[in-house]
Design a protein around this ligand. Structure first.
Ligand code: GTP
Ligand code: SPV
Ligand code: MN
Length: 597
């Protein structure tokens, strides 16, 4: 078998070594051309990997179902394999690299037998740009190939840009048995290597995304002086035509895609406000020559949560996903060969298959057991092209990226966190990020709705020690002469019946405008122990079903609850361990003192 599929001897040698291990029947270089991509779609339909959907209603769209035990990222099976355990830190799972290679080699052995090895050359960020980093993923799954073609920049120009360099991330994926007990997502940051075995799901197998663009990239960023963050990037255009950029880090399934594609309420549209999406999940951040922080989105598409996406909550995402899209684990409407998910509309299909491919009766839906009774899996997704997004920013392909005015942290908190507050400084803002907590969601396997610490929304994605990661944040701040201001938001406070109080979605624009006004020093605020909170009159509630009293309540800071939270933060810091920067302990102490007064 010819393993010399590229002109790069490092790439070829590595392919030969991996082919020896997994033993494919042939090797195909993915070139990103429409002709090859179309042939792969056809092949995927023939082997049952994809179902072609209604060409008139959903042109060039496909449905895929994963194995029913393989529907989300698996954090307990995700490992950082550094030669020293302490470099992976206490929050990550760790395995000795040698031991891990040996263990996984047994699982990979002959796993491609009778199958094709696809070689995917891809770029994170615009090919040839300063920000760009290259990867090659080997996979036995056409579904992975077709998703990678949407999510990253795939093509022979990547190999040209790589030239004869050995500087690329080596990703090996095999579905193998899809066995849950032997599923491993392993990262070797010291070897630029990612090994993923026994899964066929999203974040576990689209190796450019969380594995490379966050775990490996965060490790590289610390070494090279930049940052890889779990952040959306958006631009707010004001009536005078100027655009200000905001990045926001929310944990998985906590609203990044929705905020990134926000449509302003009518009162703001009439004044000429617009929101542009640069990215919905990952930001790579560098210090610019001007002393500001600059952001690019290294991805090329969106792997968005389907449930809850509708004409009202996120019309831009919906329109983006109406063509050239791969749907994963949604409900299949057999009447017109389209797709459906909970929260799309109030007309569940009556002749349909659920996400498992079983005949589905919408009348049996039970909110308490969504996984077994819903049409679409709660973590079902659409893979759609950024280029198809109606509000994609004209800076999306700009190699320089965009200058960041504000960084926003946020999570799902039923109580404690107010609608919005501003930190006092970069150091204090880093502290605010480090103490983030959120209720868990269906994006990762495990219990849903449990509050856990999720610093900077990066708990599952930092490729090294969490304390070192916070120290890197502090160090980056020192390099910025004009740093972004740092805020925290919470769209998810609930009333006594468990209903969300804040309307959210497009109305989050009202909070973004306060944030930008603060950045420009145009609006006052009230100082509280946790930071600056808006004065009630400064968040516009015109046209909302919300009274000033409710807003005041949403902005309130309950000292007793916060003191309780501080105890949890101390515990978490202790768990992170020795490398928590002293500055963050200073911040924590100062907060406790202010709350105790
Ligand atoms: P990942 O792709 O997993 O990183 O998720 P994400 O952060 O992009 O989350 P996404 O925007 O897909 O939203 C996840 C869920 O939160 C969806 O069901 C949304 O409907 C819901 N959601 C998003 N924004 C809001 C909001 O402002 N208020 C409320 N109540 N729900 C929201
Ligand atoms: C997330 O879980 O944060 C996602 C989906 O964006 S995945 O690509 O599966 O990680
Ligand atoms: Mn995400």
């Amino acid at each position: 078998m010819n393993t010399n599929v590229t002109k790069n001897s490092y790439v070829n040698a590595w392919i030969a070594e991996m082919a020896e291990l997994v033993n494919p029947s042939d090797i195909v270089l993915v070139d990103g051309t429409e002709a090859q991509t179309e042939a792969l779609r056809k092949a995927a339909c023939e082997c049952g990997d994809l179902i072609k959907l209604n060409e008139e209603k959903l042109p060039n769209c496909y449905l895929h179902r994963t194995a029913i035990n393989d529907v989300a990222r698996v954090e307990d099976r995700t490992f950082i394999c550094t030669s020293k355990k302490e470099d992976a830190g206490n929050i990550n799972n760790w395995m000795d690299p040698k031991e891990c290679y040996e263990k996984l080699s047994k699982l990979y052995k002959n796993s491609y037998k009778g199958k094709t090895m696809y070689v995917i050359p891809y770029s994170m960020s615009v090919v040839g740009s300063d920000f760009a980093k290259y990867g090659i993923e080997l996979t036995d799954s056409i579904y992975v190939v077709l998703n990678m073609i949407i999510m990253t920049r795939v093509g022979l120009n990547v190999l040209e840009a790589l030239g004869d360099s050995a500087d690329f991330i080596k990703g090996l994926h095999a579905r193998a048995e899809l066995s849950q007990e032997n599923r491993y997502i392993c990262h070797f940051p010291e070897d630029n290597t990612i090994w993923s075995v026994n899964s066929g799901y999203g974040g576990n197998v689209l190796l450019g995304k969380k594995c490379f663009a966050l775990r490996i990239a965060s490790y590289l960023g610390r070494k090279e002086g930049w940052m890889a963050e779990h952040m959306l990037i958006l631009g707010v255009q004001t009536p005078d035509g100027e655009v200000k950029y905001i990045t926001a880090a929310f944990p998985s399934a906590c609203g990044k895609t929705n905020l990134a594609m926000l449509i302003p309420p009518e009162i703001y549209q009439k004044q000429g406000y617009k929101v542009w999406c640069v990215g919905d999940d990952i930001a790579w951040l560098r210090v610019g020559k001007d002393g500001r922080l600059w952001a690019v989105n290294p991805e090329n598409g969106f792997f968005g949560v389907a449930p809850g996406t509708n004409e009202k909550s996120n019309p831009n995402a919906l329109h983006t996903a109406m063509r050239d899209t791969i749907f994963t684990n949604v409900c299949h409407n057999l009447d017109d060969n389209t797709v459906w998910w909970e929260g799309l509309d109030n007309n569940p299909p009556t002749n349909a298959l659920n996400w498992k491919g079983e005949v589905w009766d919408y009348r049996k839906y039970d909110k308490a057991d969504k996984v077994n009774t819903s049409g679409a899996h709660p973590n079902s997704r659409f893979t759609a092209m950024a280029a198809n997004c109606p509000c994609i920013s004209d800076k999306f392909n700009d190699p320089a990226g965009v200058p960041v005015s504000a960084i926003v942290f946020g999570g799902r908190r039923a109580k404690t966190a107010p609608l919005v507050y501003q930190s006092r400084s970069w150091q204090n803002g880093t502290f605010v990020g480090s103490i983030m907590a959120s209720e868990t969601t269906a994006a990762a396997a495990g219990a849903v709705g449990v509050v856990r610490r999720d610093p900077m929304a990066m708990r599952p994605f930092v490729g090294y020690d969490m304390g070192d990661y916070w120290a890197h944040w502090l160090a980056m701040g020192k390099k910025l002469s004009n740093p972004p201001k740092i805020f925290h938001v919470n769209w998810f406070r609930t009333d006594d019946e468990g209903h969300f109080i804040w309307p959210g979605f497009g109305d989050n624009m009202r909070v973004l405008l306060w944030i930008l006004a603060r950045c420009e020093g145009k609006v006052d605020a009230t100082e509280t122990p946790i930071g600056y909170v808006p004065n009630v009159d400064d968040i516009n509630i015109e046209g909302l079903d919300i009274t000033k009293e409710t807003l005041a309540d949403l902005l309130s800071v309950d000292k007793a609850l916060w003191l309780e939270d501080c105890a949890g933060i101390r515990q978490f810091y202790a768990q992170v361990g020795d490398r928590v920067p002293a500055e963050l302990y200073d911040e924590l102490k100062a907060l406790e003192e202010k709350l105790s007064k």
